[in-house]
Design a protein around this ligand. Structure first.
Ligand SMILES: Cc1cc2nc3c(=O)[nH]c(=O)nc-3n(C[C@H](O)[C@H](O)[C@H](O)COP(=O)(O)OP(=O)(O)OC[C@H]3O[C@@H](n4cnc5c(N)ncnc54)[C@H](O)[C@@H]3O)c2cc1C
Length: 486
């Protein structure tokens, strides 16, 4: 594979070190619950410190904001490279406001072992607390469902006008008037997004495809034992397209299980270099004298804290934009609502099924219900709106479109959640701006976060450490947006 060196890899800033505060204490509690956090790992840290000169050289501190697939994958590869290079040299603090996201895989501190795979499936399937992770496969609908190639006038604008005037059903892509009125940035974002999709889509398609293929290689890397050890319910062996043809390059899996397994794996393997803070919401990036110093968080009791680090990664999904906006960094990532429905059926397909009208797809899951019926996740629709409510007409449309494939389907649950979509529907991976070279973004993964999450994290980790990148990082650099968006 060709190697690319990142031109923009951020220089390490001379910033005071990571403050050992209550953060470390709260983490000590979480860490004490990890099965591999043993005396051996403490000894390994001591050895590494001696090897590096008895503590003379300080570890590089990194704060990663967000424990979704983007944040976890970045953490994983930073730790992996750091360990591989010199047995240490980095300390990572991973912060997520969602306690469930960070603790579901860990063994309890009373010695009870970590939950079994079946138990994790049971807990995660109707996992309403982490809606962005409820989607079930890593096939990317926008690469296989041909809505990207739809004629703008005939398939989007006309149906939208018709529906606004009270006739006809809502088009598969919709804009919510209230969100548009409330947020003027949404106009330029929406215009850019549609233009990109319908007129300039080809180049996008190519760069999205290359990171997708790269990420799938990372997922299937036979030498990566940690990733290989994660059970995430992979099941489908390919995708059935609208014209009935089948391609086998896609498969399925549960992103929530994968994230839990990844967290479990990195905690076990690199626990001495990792602090996980669950239940603190990041409210602000702190810039003093033009230098990014750290972040401010607030916990469930209303207590605020400031944490400092050499480098900060924003991987907050759709919440990344508002945090960056606070310090004037362009990050045009908006929440775009999609719908998810879990159904069961006697029919046992091994392919993801593209739904009639190209409105979405049905992905068979590895698990079956108590009657042995296969579970499927249906997902689709692109609604530009900040609301999170599930729309019954969207759910019904998904269910009806699936009936031709699964006539006996029974609905188990349904919900809506947001995809963090960028203005050109391409991920933002890399240094956020020349002005703050120690701030990095891993966001805007849109409707393909499951597909590209692992590769995206690896790409960012290489850039952050000034290492050669396996694929060209240029198409994903956040700097492409310049000052056009705030
Ligand atoms: C209907 C639907 C179907 C989808 N289907 C697919 C598919 O088939 N294939 C595919 O590849 N992808 C799919 N996706 C997209 C995929 O789910 C997302 O791209 C992916 O989950 C994004 O991951 P992330 O880590 O960037 O963000 P998230 O998963 O949203 O993670 C962000 C994390 O940050 C935390 N956080 C947010 N704000 C704060 C804060 N202020 N302080 C602290 N923590 C905070 C959150 O708790 C969360 O854990 C689908 C999405 C939807 C909605």
């Amino acid at each position: 594979m060709m190697a690319f060196t990142s031109r923009l890899s951020g220089a390490m800033q001379p910033i005071p070190g990571h403050t050992p505060s209550c953060a470390t204490l709260s983490m000590a509690m979480i860490r004490s619950r990890r099965k591999h956090d043993s005396v051996d790992s403490v000894a390994a840290v001591a050895d590494a410190a001696v090897t590096r000169g008895g503590g003379g050289g300080r570890d590089q501190s990194v704060i990663i904001l967000g424990g979704g697939i983007a944040g976890l994958a970045t953490a994983r590869y930073l730790l992996h490279y750091a360990r591989r290079n010199d047995g240490g040299g980095i300390s990572i603090t991973l912060i997520d406001k969602n306690v469930d996201a960070m603790t579901m895989m860990m063994p309890a501190n009373d010695g009870t072992p970590a939950p079994s795979y079946e138990e994790r499936v049971r807990r995660s399937r109707p996992h309403m607390n982490i809606p962005s992770r409820r989607n079930g496969n890593y096939l990317c609908p926008s690469l296989t469902v041909p809505w990207t190639a739809r004629p703008l006038w005939k398939d989007v604008i006309m149906p939208a006008l018709k529906s606004a005037l009270g006739g006809g059903s809502r088009p598969p892509i919709s804009f919510d008037m209230q969100s548009l009125i409330a947020d003027r940035n949404m106009w330029s974002f929406g215009a850019h997004f549609l233009l990109q999709k319908f007129f300039l889509g080809r180049a996008e398609h190519q760069s999205n495809k290359s990171i997708l293929e790269y990420s799938m290689k990372c997922l299937d890397d036979p030498t990566d034992e940690l990733v290989r050890s994660i059970e995430y319910g992979r099941w489908a062996v390919g995708t059935r397209n609208l014209d009935g043809s089948v391609h086998d390059c896609d498969s399925s899996g549960d992103i929530d299980l994968f994230c839990g397994g990844l967290l479990d794996g990195i905690s076990a393997e690199y626990g001495d270099m990792l602090d996980v803070i669950a239940g603190e919401e990041v409210t602000m990036l702190r810039v003093d004298d033009g230098v990014l110093r750290g972040v401010t968080t607030i916990d469930q009791h209303g207590d605020t804290r400031t944490r400092e680090a050499d480098k900060i990664v924003v991987a907050l999904g759709s919440n990344s934009a508002s945090l960056c906006r606070g310090i004037g960094i362009p990050c045009p990532v908006y929440p775009v609502k999609g719908h998810l429905v879990t159904v069961s059926s006697e029919f046992d397909h091994r392919h993801n099924l593209t739904l009639d009208g190209g409105i979405g797809y049905a992905a068979p899951m590895a698990c079956v219900d108590s009657r042995g019926r296969r579970l499927y996740r249906l997902s689709g629709f692109v609604d530009f709106t900040s609301t999170r409510d599930a729309d019954n007409d969207r759910i019904e449309a998904l269910v009806n479109a699936t009936r031709s494939h699964l006539p006996d389907l029974e609905v188990i649950d349904a919900s809506a959640c947001h995809r963090p979509i960028s203005a050109d529907d391409r991920a933002l991976i890399g240094p956020a701006s020349i002005r703050l070279p120690n701030l990095y973004l891993a966001t805007g993964f849109g409707s393909r976060g499951w597909t590209i999450g692992l590769g995206g994290g690896k790409l960012l980790a290489s850039q952050m450490l000034g290492m050669p990148c396996d694929i060209d990082p240029t198409p994903y650099l956040p700097s492409r947006f310049g000052l056009r968006y705030k």
